[in-house]
Write a protein that binds this ligand. Structure first.
Ligand SMILES: [Zn+2]
Length: 83
């Protein structure tokens, strides 16, 4: 199937920054926890500053050839199979 070949190629090309992606993922998790804590305490989430960047994660996303939504390489296969 052409779509799967396209995705496999994209994923192979892009997966070499996994370490940076992992760091970004962890940073975002921590940030989200802080956001929840501040919300629960009735504080202002702007006091936390901007959310951590997700440069590596976003660069690893694959765009759906049909609807242009972005997915990580594993999820897009599921998405394409389900649609
Ligand atoms: Zn789509």
């Amino acid at each position: 199937m052409e779509t799967e070949k396209f995705i496999a190629k994209e994923a192979k090309y892009k997966k070499n920054n996994w370490r940076q992606q992992h760091e970004e993922f962890v940073n975002n998790l921590k940030y989200n926890r802080k956001v929840e804590a501040v919300k629960e305490a009735g504080g202002d989430i702007r006091s936390l500053g901007p959310a951590p960047k997700m440069t590596a994660i976003e660069s690893n996303m694959v765009e759906c050839p049909y609807c242009a939504r972005k997915f990580n390489p594993r999820k897009i296969l599921l998405f394409l199979k389900s649609s």
